[in-house]
Ligand binder design. Sequence first.
Ligand code: FAD
Length: 393
Amino acid sequence: MPQTVDELFALDSLYSPDELEIRDTVRAFGDKRLRPHIAQWFEDATLPVRELAAELGELGVFGMHLSGYGCPGMSATAYGLACLEMEAVDSGLRSFVSVQGSLAMTAIHKFGSEDQKQQWLPEMAAGRAIGCFGLTEPDFGSNPGGMRTNAKRDGDDWVLGGTKMWITNGSVADVAVVWAKTDLEPGARGVRGFVVPTDTPGFSAPEIKHKMSLRASVTSELVLEDVRLPASAMLPEVDGLRGPLSCLNEARYGIVFGALGAARDCLETAIGYAGDREVFDKPLGGYQLTQAKIADMAVELGKGQLLAAHIGRLKDGGGVRPEQVSLGKLNNVREAIEIARTCRTILGANGITLNYPVIRHANNLESVLTYEGTSEMHQLMIGKALTGLDAFR
Ligand code: FAD
């Protein structure tokens, strides 16, 4: 009997029965509710966000490893496995979960006032309110410290102006966590977070069209024109870039696991295909060249899983450093996209269609490679950790 990569690496032995149960529940939800529709959503570039939000809220994946305020309070490892299973369906769905839980909810949970937490977190955990996280700008992605979005005092109020770009869920969000420069401190040290209800006058979020990646995910611009907010809208518990960067670290953590879901789905598809497809009078999977590809991909997928599990355990043990998360994000996304591309070769021409998930995953992973820190940014973080030298500028 052929084995799966999970069986080959005995991956279940890494996890507790509770963690495996959560994994299986999310996998079953993905297979039943999401997988039958995902190719069509990708082709149409739509996602029934509101409908899915309620169901994902019920599943308990929003803010899954946050505690209190209606959040499930699971382990970071269980959350990682949930991300993996979501991304095995599509990176766009995992992005939805990451942005809601790891970015928007985490910002409010970690740095918000008691009123902000009470107002937003239970609604967001249940999927009744959708959040987005606005850091990137048209001219500042890898270097958010250069941001031009600003918040100026006017009496007790804050008035926000500027443009954010590439913001997941921007057009469908009820609340945006927006990072802006204030004059409270000079330069990037003055960056503060603001909780912006999206019905505030002056806020708009046009959707970005014509994406060839993450099509089953809403991506938007955020336009802030004299958006007037009360003093209480500022996140009180953090200043400077460490605020948004610590949230990004949470989302990157989910990707360490998530990207492997996409890779697993590609590899399972390719192995199945290679078993059925006959070339030169026998199954493609019976050729040594194909088996070499499959073996190499399985090795990378399994190694990535071991790394993810290790990082998960470090996090649950109370200490994973940002450069360790960078290791996981760099390696696992880079290997996942390589696996997706190699699987595409096994599927030949069929591999370029949406009848199989492979090209969809490969295209999605192009975004995953770029967002939450590009591969180059993670190389620089690891390089800095190992040499003590900062090569960002
Ligand atoms: P740039 O920063 O312009 O980088 C271009 C290239 O230059 C990259 O290869 C980069 O690695 C390289 N580079 C940059 N600096 C250096 C250097 N010092 N040395 C060597 N090479 C360097 N942002 C949000 O705030 N919220 C979201 O919800 C969000 N969702 C997204 C969804 C999608 C689908 C996408 C594609 C992006 C999303 N982003 C979001 C933005 C994302 O985080 C940025 O695209 C990312 O940080 C890279 O920024 P950039 O695109 O401006 O590229």
